[in-house]
Structure formats: C-alpha cells, structure tokens
Design a protein around this ligand. Structure first.
Ligand code: ASP
Length: 480
C-alpha cells in the first residue's frame, strides 16, 4: 500500500526509531545479495539507510531481488541495530538497518547512461549536462547545489538585517553595457525591434536609488554573450546591491561584512580581516595582475579576500584605439579628476571611484560610486565616441532621471557563482549551477539553442540568411 508522505520517516532519522516500524521513501542506491540476506540502500534527500530482506520471506525477497539502482521505492520495516561487524562507520545511520516488511516500487528506472557513484569529473561534459537531472544526484553535485542555497540564504539574511529591500528588475529591457555582447530578444508587437537581456541590473538599481529606496539588493541574473569558460557562463548570478548617500568606504564595509558573514557561516576561514586594500597600480606592480591569490599554502578552506581600488576610468580598446569605460560607463571619476574629465584632459590617466574584490585568484565583485551629475555622464559617453543623439537614444532615460533629485549612490555586485565555486573547492562555475551551458555554449538537455519554426519567424518579421548554418550538430530535427 502506498503510504501518505506525511507518515514517512527520513533516512537520517532511523536511529531515533530503533525497534519501531518506519516507512522510507527514496531511490535504490546500491544492492548487495548475500544469499540468505539481501541488502539495499535507500537514498533520500537527507542521506541513506540500509534495508535488509531475508530469503525465508519468499515473496518479499523475490520482489527485492528485482530492484535495480535508481528505482524509486517505498519500504516499510522495523529499525534494528546492526550486528557487530556489519556496522558502517562511514554513514551516520551506519549502526542501524531496516528489516523490510513491505516493499512498493513507485517507479522503475532505466540504467543510468552515466555513472552516479563517482565524483563525475571524468565523465564527458556533454553527457553530464544532457542527463543533468541524473548528474545532480551524485553526492558532490547535491552538496554543491545545497551549498549555493546556503550562500544565498546567508547573503539574504545579512542584507535583510541591514535593512536592504530585495527588488526584482526586468529581464526584457534595453542594453546596459558591462563590456560584453548583448543577447537580443525580438519583439513580436514591434517587428524589427529588440529587447536586450540585461548584462546587469545596473541602470535599474540606479533608478531605484532615485526612487528613494536607498538600500536595494537582488539575487540577479546577468546575461552576457561571451564564450563560456571555467569562470564564465552566458548567465551568471550576482548579489547585486546599491546604496544611497554612500561612498566607496561605506559600500566596501557592507560588502566586506557580508562576505565574512557568508564565508564563516559556511564554516570556512577568512585569511585577513579587515581585507587588505591595494590600489590598481600597486596590485599590478606587486602581483602583475589585478586578480591574485594571497594564500601561501593554497589552503582550500581559507578565503583570501583583498580590495583593489582606484581603477583607471577609461581603457583603450585594442581594436579601435578608442577610449572605452573600464568598468561600466556609470562609474564616477575620482572627485579631483572631474575637472580634467570635463575639459577632456589627460583622459588615460583619470582614475575612477571603482573597486574590485578579489579572492583566491578570482575577481569576485566589481562596484563603483556612480555618476549622478548629467553633464559628467554626457561627457563620458562623448569620450566613448557616442554622438549626443546616440547618448540621448540609448541613455536619455537615465540622464533625465538624474534631473529629478538623484541622491549620490554607490554599489557593488559580488558574483554568486564564483563565490560558491570557491567555497565548494571547485574550479568551474558550471559545477555550482544546476543547469549550465557546455563549453560549446549549448544546453544539451533542452537542446538549446534550436531553430525557430517558420511561423514563429514570420510573426517576428525575421528571415534567416541562406548562408547561416542554423542546424546544430546533435540536433536531428529538420530545419523549418
Ligand atoms: N553592474 C556591475 C557589474 O555587473 C556591478 C556594479 O558596479 O555594481 O559588474
């Protein structure tokens, strides 16, 4: 008989039920046949417990004998202390087992196309991501995804206590440059027009400061069309925040406290408190780069945070030779450099009120004090080569908003995926994302991207150029 799940016992709790009847629900983890006895492990979200069937219970034994790994079952039985010599010190329930009195198969399972009892590192990525729902069953992945939840919970807890308001901002929006290519979404209602997916909620969070919220955060998705690699994916998540009437020190202090709260909350050590601070120039001199690892022993349980400050305001674009923003076009120059900026002097040497947080060799966060003066903002776009008309078309809404009482504001956006990756001791953010893209920038599980139907394209007013090869390898569907 199938039990109601409210009467279910979790595997981790069986020690509390010694000599009593329990009902477990979960997956068959492993099965061992010892002739007179048949053992199988039941795995649920809390761990695993051993079940045992005796050969003399013929019907039950025959049923248990059918079980295969990953079948979903309900098992009723009595919790018993295992005999000495049969105990398993490796799992918390290892001193007990459930002597089965009833067995119900809730769902059979085909043989998994990928092994699930290893850490999975040797399995081809394409296969792991195609069968991600199985891949996520492996212990390492389950732990990583749960750790991610813990990190977001701790960050939320900290920010809520500091009186921040969590606000969602749109995914369908206009481009907000962070130095990557945009993902565009065609509009059906306005054929030939496109939404852009946000490279970050940057402009919205600034508008929320003008709206008066003063302390905003969001566990926000940022979408950037740049080739995926170890610490990059098309989509990443930021713990995005912005504060009004705050300067660089205020934002750094809050971000620093949050990082310590999260890191220590996850049981890891922070190497140095307060975090050391280097100017960009010092960092380049001392470490040869602006992201560096300060751990001597590379202890994976220690996080070595450091601030890098005083970034250049502009960088020279190697291809065009033009000046472009170093962080995003909204970072304010140092107060003493505003005059030079407005005069257009010495542009390559101007410094921004911009700061990065690095940790164990990764760039973990970027932030800045924002421009809240319309003429300074216009000048930055002019230097980047935008005509006044282009500035108006692309950013007029923001510049106009500055004219309705904009408080000084500043913010930062720590990368959640990289933070969890470091805390988990992983070297690729895909290992801490439930459904990542492959290195080939595809989702083999959903088979995305994939061609649109002719009807969809017609409705959007889109024609695919003949010479574009829209048929993906591995995609056997006909091109519409
Ligand atoms: N929007 C910035 C980024 O995505 C972060 C910030 O300046 O707050 O890097």
């Amino acid at each position: 008989m199938i039990m109601k799940s409210s009467n279910r016992t979790y595997t981790k709790d069986i020690p509390k039920h010694e000599n009593r009847q329990v009902t477990l629900m979960g997956w068959v983890d492993a099965r061992r046949d010892h002739g007179k006895l048949l053992f199988f492990d039941v795995r649920d979200r809390t761990g695993a417990a051993q079940a045992v069937c005796m050969a003399k219970e013929k019907e039950l034994y025959a049923k248990a004998n059918e079980l295969r790994p990953e079948w979903v079952i309900q098992v009723a039985g009595v919790v018993q202390k295992r005999p000495d010599g049969m105990k398993n010190p490796d799992i918390p329930t290892g001193d007990w087992e459930v002597s089965v009195t009833e067995l119900v198969v809730l769902s059979e399972a085909k043989t998994s196309p990928i092994p699930l009892d290893s850490d999975g590192r040797n399995i081809e990525e394409e296969m792991r991501f195609k069968f991600r729902y199985l891949d996520l069953r492996r212990k390492r992945m389950t732990q990583n995804i749960r750790l991610r939840h813990k990190v977001t919970s701790l960050a939320r807890e900290y920010l809520n206590k500091q009186d921040f308001v969590e606000i969602e901002t749109p995914l369908l929006t206009k481009t907000s440059p962070e130095g990557a290519r945009d993902f565009l979404v065609p509009s059906r209602k306005y054929p030939g027009n496109f939404f852009a997916l946000p490279q970050s909620p940057q402009q919205y969070k600034q508008l929320l400061m003008i709206a008066g919220f003063e302390r905003y955060y969001q566990i926000a998705r940022a979408l950037r069309d740049e080739d995926p690699r170890g610490d990059r994916q098309y989509e990443h998540t930021q713990i995005d925040m912005e504060i009004s009437f705050a300067d660089e020190q205020d934002v750094r202090a809050i971000a620093e406290e949050m990082m310590i709260y999260v890191t220590e909350g996850c049981g890891k050590k922070v190497l140095q408190k307060p975090f050391p601070v280097f100017t960009h120039e010092e960092a380049m001199k001392k470490f040869g780069m602006d992201k560096f690892d300060m751990r001597q022993d590379k202890d994976p349980d220690t996080l070595a945070f450091a601030w890098v400050v005083d970034f250049p305001l502009f960088n020279k674009d190697d291809e065009t030779g033009r000046l472009t923003f170093a962080h995003n076009p909204f970072s304010a120059p140092k107060p003493e450099h505003v005059e030079k900026l407005l005069k257009g002097e010495d542009l390559e040497h101007l410094r921004a009120q911009q700061y990065d947080l690095v940790c164990n060799g990764y760039e973990l966060a970027s932030g800045g004090v924002r421009i809240s003066n319309p003429s300074v903002q216009r000048k930055v776009f002019e230097i980047m080569g935008l005509t006044p008309e282009q500035t108006e078309e692309r950013f007029g809404h923001l510049i106009e908003a500055y004219s309705y009482g904009a408080p000084p504001h500043a913010g930062i956006a720590p990368g959640l995926d990289r933070l969890v990756m470091i805390l988990a001791g992983e070297t690729s953010i895909a290992e801490v994302i439930a459904f990542p893209k492959t290195g080939q920038a595809r989702d083999p599980l959903m088979n995305a991207p994939s061609p649109a139907t002719k009807d969809q394209l017609d409705e959007l007013g889109i024609m695919i150029m003949q010479n574009v090869n829209i048929k993906m390898e591995n995609d056997n569907r006909p091109v519409p």
